[in-house]
Design a protein around this ligand. Structure first.
Ligand SMILES: CC(C)(COP(=O)(O)OP(=O)(O)OC[C@H]1O[C@@H](n2cnc3c(N)ncnc32)[C@H](O)[C@@H]1OP(=O)(O)O)[C@@H](O)C(=O)NCCC(=O)NCCS
Length: 157
């Protein structure tokens, strides 16, 4: 299994046409726009050359510190619970710690997404707020309109 920055061939098509079970809610042009932004930072996990998970984030440097946002992390159902998301998050944290003196990473997830909440808490993220009616009719959270906001602060070298 490898973690890479290289956008896999057919990535956009793969994540926009295979749902469910993929929960990713951006459409193809939103993903495309994100991928070409100078501050976007994305990681892909490949197993036997096939995409099994990914994360999309942005790293905004402010002097030698960084304000980061994790937009989405997803592991394909065939590979869930095998440590893929843990490896992706660790790679993101390592990048931040190697590049900045201090990084705060922000993210949000639906209040009923218990797998994700367990995951973020295990990775050290803490909830700092909650937003009601956050998702509207967004399909990623059909049964919960409440978002939990999480963050983590990482000290670098
Ligand atoms: C959340 C998600 C990314 C976790 O990916 P993963 O590769 O399966 O996670 P890992 O194997 O690295 O698990 C690490 C920890 O997360 C938690 N976790 C992950 N999946 C879980 C599940 N199904 N049930 C309960 N806890 C879970 C556990 O604490 C786990 O540690 P453990 O295995 O020692 O108990 C994955 O379930 C997923 O892609 N979900 C759909 C997309 C999604 O909801 N993304 C988040 C949107 S904000």
């Amino acid at each position: 299994m490898i973690i890479t920055h290289e956008v896999p061939e057919h990535f956009i098509r793969q994540v926009t046409t295979h749902k469910p079970p993929l929960l990713f809610s951006w459409n193809a042009s939103q993903i495309q726009e994100h991928l070409i932004l100078s501050h976007s930072y994305n990681l892909f996990c490949l197993s036997e050359e096939k995409l099994v998970g990914f994360l999309l984030s942005s790293l905004l440097p402010i002097e030698n510190e960084c304000e980061a946002e994790l937009f989405h992390i997803e592991v394909f159902p065939t590979h869930q619970r095998g440590g893929v998301a843990t490896r992706l998050i660790h790679a993101l944290h390592q990048k931040c710690q190697n590049s900045f003196k201090k990084t705060v990473i922000y993210l949000e997830t639906a209040k009923n997404n218990h797998f994700a909440i367990n995951f973020y808490e295990k990775m050290g993220y803490k909830t700092y707020n909650e937003r009601k009616n956050y998702y509207g009719s967004n399909t990623i959270a059909p049964h919960s309109n409440t978002a939990l906001l999480f963050s983590i602060t990482l000290d670098g070298q």
